[in-house]
Ligand binder design. Structure first.
Ligand code: AGP
Length: 597
């Protein structure tokens, strides 16, 4: 949530900052601003998108500056509340992602000392605090100011009294520095700077960096020098571009055959599955995650319990600490997260630190905060820019299948023959996803028929139940249609009351143990007037007798077909939203990475 950027180098800062902001816009898009250092600091900001900012900003000279794209927390979306925020003399400008928890108290003190505030934000206390304590050195003043602050921050500060520097700091919000030949970049995440450099330094909590033309100097908040590794990001810069697709979401849906190939690469052999981390044996597994990643976790429960016979609990990360979890060293906690920055998932992982249980994370973004708290299995989906998670979800499902097989083999719950058969099936997934994508026009045509509906229900059984939840989430987040997913067996316990004449219901009715029961559920809702869109296997000749429309997926092992159904549901949500003219990559009120609780 919120993207901060910065640049210092030999080129004009303005076009670089605009480009970085556009690349990070998925982190927040209700207002944006830049501050460029020339002899004084020039600040331009506006409510709206980065394009709106570009249209109101004149050509500015200067080779260093900072920028921000906002997702409002404290104070409405407005140009006053947009960052950068400045001190009274406009000699200091700050961009910030995070929350200053004690800002009310600090603000009152600063007002009593004569400072005048221009916004409702928590962030504005920072430039005033730096101004109040300015000692002719930006770095040490920022350090001093931060000693008075409680909360989370990734921030960048500039001062016209110290014009050849940008000072950045991090606590509980992501921040990465990109190192070019003579240019330095600052961004909230790596996908922002990939076009410019693959050499990066991830700042840790409690570290301050000073960027100048001489290089980058990093110290702790208490002033100790820190030697940091320069890491090389292997992601292809092109993977963060739209490459001719109308939306990132559509591009990312179509990337899935390659993504799944990459997720599996080097992890399957004639001996079975070899994930790069030694997965500890455990009496019980607790999976914790949010949103789409939580749905992947629910799927994980089905496959791990089935193949490895280990009991699995799946917990919403934002609730994890409130249930006062009973975990001990016999338990294995697995966090699932695309971004590796979700505040609630991060907090859950830290909660586990206190309990001393074993843990690891299934994560997409290398170098992200969570990766530094645990061992990791990377999903290798590449940068996901669309706010609606797509390829990250199927890559999480793919990793969970690998994990289930690995655990099943280690615990001797799967025979060698069984593992080999399953590995053979896994190897077919990419090709089958490609087949689903080749038939996308059928899903598009079906989506266009139902695009005006104001409610949808999604139902599935077994491992298809989490996929029904995910189908509903995809539709609601990008099309704003009320959509609910539920396990079909629960129909008679409540959801049946929602059925009325003409309501569209998506029923995942693929081959598996619950197939006949699903047909029974479809009959029940049809009898009450629902229009049913069935997702079924290619060879299913029965389904046409039960439903109004069929979306087909290739025949596949029932533990694998959820990946294929997921792709159909992503396409369905995409085309419905497109038909309704929604801003698909920038859904209302949402942002990609939820770094506040
Ligand atoms: C899904 O489309 C959403 N973007 C959201 O539910 C997301 O999955 C959730 O915020 C968790 O994010 P994470 O995987 O980065 O932790």
């Amino acid at each position: 949530m919120c993207g901060i950027v910065g640049y210092l180098g030999s080129s004009s800062a303005q076009p670089v900052l605009f480009d970085l902001l556009k690349r990070l816009e998925y982190r927040g898009y209700d207002s944006a601003g830049i501050a460029i250092m020339n002899e004084s600091i020039n600040v331009f900001k506006t409510k709206g998108s980065v394009d709106d900012l570009i249209s109101v900003t004149p050509d500015l000279k200067g080779c260093s500056g900072i920028g921000h794209t906002r997702w409002a927390t404290h104070g409405k979306a407005s140009s006053e509340n947009a960052h950068p925020h400045c001190c009274d003399t406009d000699k200091i400008a700050v961009v910030h992602n995070g929350i200053i928890e004690n800002y009310i108290e600090l603000r009152e003190k600063l007002i009593n000392s004569g400072h005048e505030f221009r916004s409702e934000t928590d962030t504005e206390v920072l430039p005033h605090l730096i101004e109040e304590h300015y000692n002719n050195d930006l770095e040490s003043t920022v350090r001093h100011a931060l000693s008075m602050v409680r909360g989370s921050y990734a921030l960048a500060a500039i001062s016209s009294n110290d014009p050849d520097k940008i000072v950045v700091a991090r606590k509980d919000s992501p921040l990465v520095l990109g190192l070019g030949e003579t240019d330095f970049f600052i961004a909230s995440d790596v996908s922002g700077i990939l076009k410019y450099t693959k050499n990066v330094i991830f700042l840790n909590d409690g570290e301050i960096a000073v960027i100048s033309h001489d290089g980058v100097k990093i110290t702790t908040l208490s002033g100790k020098t820190v030697d940091k590794n320069i890491e090389t990001i292997e992601w292809d810069a092109k993977s963060a571009e739209k490459s001719g697709y109308a939306h990132f979401m559509l591009k990312e849906i179509f990337e899935q055959p390659n993504v799944i190939r990459e997720t599996f690469s080097g992890r399957m052999s004639s001996e079975g599955v070899n994930l790069e981390v030694a997965v500890p044996d455990a009496r019980r597994i607790i999976i914790t995650a949010c949103g789409t990643s939580y749905h992947a976790g629910l799927f994980g429960r089905y496959v791990i319990e089935r193949f490895a016979r280990i009991p699995v609990n799946v917990e919403i990360a934002s609730e994890f600490r409130y249930i006062n979890p009973i975990v001990d060293s016999n338990d294995l906690v697995i966090a699932i997260t695309q971004s590796g920055e979700t505040a609630d998932t991060f907090a859950a992982v830290r909660e586990v630190n206190l309990e001393k249980s074993q843990k690891f994370s299934i994560v997409n973004v290398p170098g992200s905060s969570i990766t530094r708290e645990s061992n990791n299995i990377f999903t290798r989906a590449g940068p996901e820019i669309g706010v609606a998670a797509t390829k990250s979800f199927t890559s999480q499902l793919a990793v969970l299948l690998l994990l289930a097989v690995q655990l099943g083999r280690v615990r001797k719950k799967m025979s060698t023959a069984c593992v080999n058969d399953f590995v053979y099936e896994l190897k077919q997934i990419s090709g089958k996803i490609q087949q689903v994508l080749n038939e996308a026009h059928h899903t598009k045509e079906c989506a266009q028929v139902f695009a005006d509906s104001d409610q949808f229900l999604f139902m599935g059984r077994g491992a298809n139940y989490p996929i029904a939840l995910e189908g509903a989430l995809k539709l609601k987040e990008i099309s704003y249609i009320k959509a609910e997913g539920f396990p079909a067996g629960e129909l008679k316990h409540g959801p049946l009351a929602l059925i009325y004449d003409g309501i569209p219901v998506v029923a995942i009715a693929t081959e598996g143990v619950a197939y006949e029961k699903m047909l029974g559920n479809i009959k029940e809702i049809k009898a009450r007037g629902a229009i049913v869109i069935g997702i079924a296997n290619e060879s299913d000749t029965e389904i046409k007798k039960y439903v109004d429309r069929v979306l087909r997926i290739p025949d596949a092992n029932p533990w694998i077909s959820p990946l294929l159904s997921s792709v159909v549901l992503q396409l369905f949500a995409y085309y419905v939203a497109d038909c309704r003219g929604c801003e698909i990559d920038k859904p209302r009120n949402l942002a990609k990475s939820v770094t506040v609780e």
